[in-house]
Design a protein around this ligand. Structure first.
Ligand code: ADP
Ligand code: ZN
Length: 224
């Protein structure tokens, strides 16, 4: 089963993807995480990608698409994957369709998370990530705090704020790019009949874990 997470920054894509991944046993593939791991290890891919990421711009498709294509061939993804952060443009969505088609697969479900604008910036500023690149758990100091302040529940490593989450210019740029380049994907997947839109907001008291629970239940009931 191929699941795609859609939604602006700070809507909780990573959290929802992580919970679904744990419960149905398919890997979460986050392009942002793969880039950050490469940046911290100073690989050639990381050094190149950081030029774009630090400014809040998209990494070019020539780098991103082959990276996803390769990741989907790993053994752990033979029964499917949850893509978090890819595709981000119509071009990437079309390329993903080609990649999946060549392996006899298709996009089965697109979870589109929607959060009011007022909440989004706040959620980005209060987001924290595990510094252990093999763990990468994400937290929110207000909504989903770790049990011990500043320490990852899962692996005990220190948490930190992402560089691009602490730079207001980069945040603004990322939200603009989302509106312009990524939001057309909602229509793209609606037309394919695979879109499931879910509101995540304090105002309706619905959080990422509630969405993950509902989706996992529906998958188990085979009603998707
Ligand atoms: P967010 O969605 O919060 O901006 P991500 O972790 O998904 O964070 O991505 C971080 C950065 O990595 C993005 O701002 C972008 O520069 C780059 N990136 C991630 N996924 C892609 C993609 N599919 N195409 C191009 N760039 C990407
Ligand atoms: Zn951790």
């Amino acid at each position: 089963m191929i699941i795609i997470m859609l939604g602006a920054q700070g809507t909780g894509k990573g959290t929802v993807a992580g919970l679904i991944s744990e419960q149905i046993g398919i890997p979460q593939i986050s392009t942002g995480d793969i880039f950050r791991k490469n940046i911290s290890e100073k690989t050639p891919l990381g050094i190149e990608a950081d030029k774009y990421i630090s400014k809040g711009n998209l990494v070019p498709d020539e780098i991103t698409v082959p990276m996803v294509d390769d990741r989907l061939t790993w053994e752990d993804a033979k029964n499917g994957a949850i893509l978090d952060g890819f595709p981000r443009t119509i071009e990437q969505a079309e390329k993903l369709d080609e990649i999946l088609q060549k392996n006899g697969k298709k996009v089965d479900l697109v979870i589109n998370l929607v959060t009011p604008k007022e909440e989004i910036i706040d959620r980005m500023l209060t987001r924290r990530v595990c510094t252990n690149q093999d763990c990468k758990a994400t937290y929110n100091i207000k909504l989903h705090p770790p049990k011990v302040e500043g320490i990852c529940d899962k692996c005990g490593s220190p948490l930190k704020q992402r560089a691009d989450d602490s730079d207001p210019e980069a945040i603004k740029r990322r939200l603009e790019i989302y509106e312009e380049k990524t939001s057309p994907l909602v229509e793209y997947y609606k037309n394919k009949g695979v879109l499931r839109t879910e509101e995540v907001s304090l105002s309706v008291n619905r959080m990422g874990k509630d969405v993950a629970e509902d989706v996992v239940r529906d998958i188990r009931n085979n009603s998707l």
